[in-house]
Design a protein around this ligand. Structure first.
Ligand SMILES: Nc1nc2c(c(=O)[nH]1)N[C@H]1C(S)=C(S)[C@@H](COP(=O)(O)O)O[C@H]1N2
Ligand SMILES: [Mo]
Length: 256
């Protein structure tokens, strides 16, 4: 669903509510009003169907399906100082920062992330460039992490800030980042993976933590996550389109 359609839906809802508040007795006998209500009902139904569809699970596979050679793409080893320094210390000083529109900002060690409720899944990764690979992922459920941080009611999107700079720019807008809405954030298969194919997540696949958001294309799966920020709007982040590749013309919502 495009953002425009979402805004339209909200606007339609607001119109019906204000008509309602304007006095329902008079309006109930008005055929235009009943027409508006019927249209609104249809839209609500469609919106619910879209959300129900988005809550469905992505296909899962068997161990025999796991790709022998899972392709790696984009950054394969961040060259950024922060990452290099943490690597030298075996990531003992790593803290996953969770902040923004949350009641309880968090700074978690990798041990604390591993102690969160987890999920293991064998799924297919589809890159926009046309290749796919199947892998087994284990990670912390994003819903559990966000429950611990307690989202404020204004929070609408979850932004993943990464360690790697994929494009050298003067203004720093070449840092990788991505964002998802709360439907995907709460989806049971949305995890912060720390294991791939029963081993520690390899550096080329996003060590120490990478997002798996199985109903969307590969570029949404932020690798090298260092900070998770809850926001009401992402227009002030990067170049404002909600992700490194969305900033460069790709769809923000990359459903598959
Ligand atoms: N931080 C970061 N995350 C990233 C990328 C990247 O370059 N940097 N590339 C994206 C793209 S386009 C894809 S297809 C997947 C690749 O994940 P993989 O290397 O584990 O196959 O990571 C995505 N997440
Ligand atoms: Mo990709």
């Amino acid at each position: 669903m495009s953002l425009n359609r979402r805004h339209w839906l909200t606007a339609a809802g607001a119109t019906v509510t204000s008509l309602w508040l304007a006095g329902c007795d008079k309006l109930a006998t008005n055929s235009t009003f009943t027409g508006v209500l019927r249209v609104a009902e249809k839209w609500t139904y469609r919106a619910q169907r879209l959300v129900a569809d988005r809550n469905a699970l992505a296909a899962e596979f068997t161990p025999a399906d796991i790709s022998k050679d899972f392709k790696a793409n984009g950054t394969l080893r961040p060259q950024d100082d922060e990452y290099t320094e943490l690597m030298a210390g075996g990531f003992a000083d790593y803290r996953l920062v969770v902040d923004g529109l949350v009641e309880r900002p968090l700074e978690l060690t990798l041990g604390q992330v591993r102690a969160l409720p987890s999920r293991t899944q064998i799924t297919r990764h589809d890159c926009v460039e046309g290749w796919s690979s199947i892998g087994k992922w284990k990670g912390a459920r994003l819903s559990a992490l966000l429950a611990q941080a307690k989202l404020k009611p204004e929070a609408k999107y979850i932004v993943f800030h990464c360690f790697d700079t994929l494009e050298q720019t003067l203004d720093g807008s070449g840092r990788y980042y991505e964002s998802i809405d709360l439907v995907d954030a709460m989806h049971p298969q949305t995890i912060l993976a720390y294991e791939m194919n029963d081993a520690t997540l390899p550096v080329r696949h996003g060590y120490p933590l990478r997002l798996r958001v199985e109903r969307q294309l590969g570029y949404k799966h932020a690798k090298y996550v260092m900070r998770i920020e809850a926001v009401s709007d992402f227009s002030q982040i990067g170049r404002g389109q909600g992700g490194f590749w969305p900033d460069r013309g790709y769809e923000w919502y990359a459903g598959i």
